[in-house]
Ligand binder design. Structure first.
Ligand code: FES
Length: 234
């Protein structure tokens, strides 16, 4: 059996590393291969992790959310159904009871109460800084949807390609890239939106991400994108 720890990606990068470390420690303790993956916002995606499981191997999904997160529970089921329908794979996939309902959690809280404590004192750093009143002077703001559907459709590759390409062109100060949650037109995902040009790029893959970076963000020649006013009325 392969085990996947499935988490939300909307935490800081240190949080992602902690989940990967937890997976490595669980592999060592149980002798079962345990890998971390993310429903949205971080890599590897649940789809990519399922792709990497050998054919015909049983997969157990363990959602790592505290407190309980109904969004994650619901979306794991949707993402797996989408993965099955798009990959044509027949792996047996199980899902574990939420961590929040595991008796060991109560033991862990008890251990935290009776274990070693650290006094909080001193000043770890200023809470405010004059620098944090500055609005960055970027020319363009790019939104990359990392909601669960866009992530399932490959937004992780899109975000990586955009980031690498911008770095190659030295456009880091010119273009602010923000990963977002769902932007609503999920059927058009992966979605990339460029402001202030108000251009929405749909079904973005690595090739289109390169063109958006080179032609639109570097050369100011928008690729064929769509503007909200081009959409038919609902
Ligand atoms: S998940 Fe990207 S638009 Fe909904």
């Amino acid at each position: 059996m392969n085990v996947l720890l499935v988490s939300r990606g909307s935490t800081h990068h240190g949080g992602h590393d902690a989940i990967h470390r937890l997976a490595a420690a669980a592999t060592e303790t149980t002798g079962v291969p345990v890998r971390a993956c993310f429903l949205d916002g971080a890599e590897p995606s649940l789809h990519a992790a399922l792709d990497a499981v050998p054919e015909h191997c049983e997969v157990l999904l363990v959602a790592t959310h505290l407190p309980p997160d109904r969004y994650l529970d619901t979306w794991i089921r949707r993402a797996v159904a989408h993965w099955r329908s798009t990959r044509g794979r027949r792996a047996r996939i199980l899902v574990a009871a939420p961590l929040a309902t595991q008796p060991a959690l109560v033991t862990a809280v008890g251990d935290a109460i009776t274990g070693e404590h650290t006094t909080l004192d001193g000043n770890p750093g200023p809470f405010r800084s004059p620098a944090w009143s500055q609005i960055t002077r970027h020319r363009r703001h790019v939104l990359v949807c990392r909601g669960p559907r866009c992530t399932a459709y490959g937004a992780d590759h899109v975000a990586a390609t955009l980031g690498n390409r911008l770095k190659e062109h030295g456009l880091g100060d010119d273009v602010l890239v923000t990963a977002t949650g769902c932007l609503f037109p999920c059927n058009l995902g992966p979605l990339v939106v460029v402001y202030p040009d108000d251009t929405w790029y749909e079904h973005v893959d690595a090739g289109l991400a390169v063109r958006i970076t080179d032609e639109h963000l570097r050369d100011s020649m928008p690729v064929d994108g769509r503007r909200p006013r081009d959409s038919p009325p609902l």
